[in-house]
Write a protein that binds this ligand. Structure first.
Ligand code: ATP
Ligand code: MG
Length: 387
């Protein structure tokens, strides 16, 4: 059995004061969930997490580190004997690997936690860099090197290259629970991800209108929930059939108000589900001004129908930023599949742009659809997605 070791830098939780232990405990609990059955040994020391396991588990560990929220970066380290020959050899191997990946320049950063080691940090750098220069592998550049080789001499010795970036944020499970209104679009999965990064646990609700929306549209949203669950560790999804509610809106409401009335009905239903599952807020993917239903007046109308705080983490982001995040977190490819959302199908040609609360309340009352909403909520389907 050969061991591999990963050094993991913790994220924002290092800024915590007296309650830091709670955050650390949750982070460890979460990484253990990813790595159960891998025989990994996980320890936390001085703002660092160390993961050791058999070499054959490297892929599992790297998968976990890609999705674990609460860490800012990680590197796979070489473990060395505590002498300069062994350290220099590891540096040389690191330089060779980086050269193959296209690096041209390097520098070494040494830290000597163990003061009984006979060389100073400066001497370690000099001695360990020499073989790389002699072999003409890489040139030294102390300002903007392609590769920084970190040499750490502590109770054990580690050598590692450029760290990989991680998700950052606070560990999932430290920030309460929210109910995400998850559609098949680009925005709402990103909104969910952003709240996960604030430590929230998530459940999701999706409204569909079969047969007006297809099973593919539902499947697409389930696929998005599955991607989010990689970060969330586990996520329940409530699938609510809104066909009857939509029909009522179509028959009763004025056409230009149909999207806004549907929004209000969604808020009502989502609030009821949130209360039942003890979520303390709703989360949507709205962004100011993006579409007609997202003018500031219409956003007020939407939230007036719910009775919990409605968080809108994307409110100040533009579409390009949201799309970049969607690509980075792996939801974009699914979001752009062509199946239409229920809102699009019932979208009016000339939607109201600056709805007033008075008119919204009046029209909503006329719908008289609270019992339809209750029925839809009661008959919902529930699915669970996990890692
Ligand atoms: P998205 O890309 O997230 O679909 P969007 O830009 O298409 O958003 P809208 O369709 O107006 O905007 O939806 C605004 C928000 O309302 C969504 O981000 C989502 O949170 C919620 N939402 C819309 N449709 C649904 C649905 N069918 N089920 C659950 N939530 C929905
Ligand atoms: Mg949408």
């Amino acid at each position: 059995m050969t061991d591999c070791i990963y050094l993991v830098k913790l994220g924002e939780l290092t800024l915590k004061g007296s309650n830091i232990r709670l955050f650390e405990k949750k982070l460890i609990e979460n990484i253990k969930t990813y790595l159960k059955h891998t025989g990994s040994h996980i320890t936390l020391r001085a703002g660092r997490m160390y993961i050791e396991a058999d070499e054959s588990r490297a892929e599992d560990i790297e998968y976990a580190l890609k999705y674990l929220i609460g860490i800012s970066g990680w590197a796979r380290a070489r473990i060395c004997e505590k002498n300069i020959e062994s350290l220099a050899q590891a540096v040389l191997e690191e330089a060779r690997a980086a050269k193959e990946a296209g690096a041209k320049t390097f520098k070494i950063e040494a830290r000597r936690g163990d003061k009984s080691f006979p060389l100073t940090s400066y001497e370690i750098c000099r001695e360990a860099a020499a073989p790389v220069c002699d072999a003409q592998l890489l040139d030294v550049d102390v300002h903007r090197p392609d590769l920084t080789v970190h040499v750490e001499v502590r109770e054990r010795c580690f050598v590692y290259g450029n760290p990989h970036k991680a998700c950052r944020g606070l560990p999932v499970g430290t920030g309460g629970k929210g109910l995400l209104l998850l559609s098949g679009g680009i925005d709402s999965p990103v909104a969910g991800y952003r709240m996960l990064r604030r430590g929230m646990r998530l459940e999701a609700v999706y409204f569909h209108a079969y047969p007006y929306t297809s099973d593919e549209a539902k499947k697409k949203t389930e696929d998005l929930a599955a991607v989010l669950a990689r970060y969330a560790l586990s996520m329940r999804m409530h699938i609510v059939s809104f066909t009857e509610v939509q029909m009522r809106i179509k028959q009763t409401g004025p056409e230009n108000w149909s999207t806004m009335l549907l929004r209000m009905c969604m808020m009502k239903a989502a609030s009821a589900i949130a209360r039942e599952v003890r979520a303390s807020c709703l989360i949507s993917g709205e962004s100011l001004g993006q579409v007609a239903s997202q003018t500031i007046e219409n956003l007020s109308v939407t939230e007036s129908a719910g009775n919990l705080p409605l968080l809108r983490p994307l409110i100040g982001m533009d579409k390009e930023e949201i799309t970049e995040t969607a690509i980075a977190i792996g939801t974009y490819e699914t979001s752009i599949l062509p199946y239409e959302d229920c809102c699009v199908l019932f979208a009016p040609k000339h939607p109201v742009l600056h709805g007033t609360l008075e008119e919204a309340c009046f029209l909503y009352g006329k719908l008289d659809c609270d019992s339809l909403i209750e029925k839809a909520v009661a008959e919902r389907e529930v699915k669970t997605f996990s890692l």
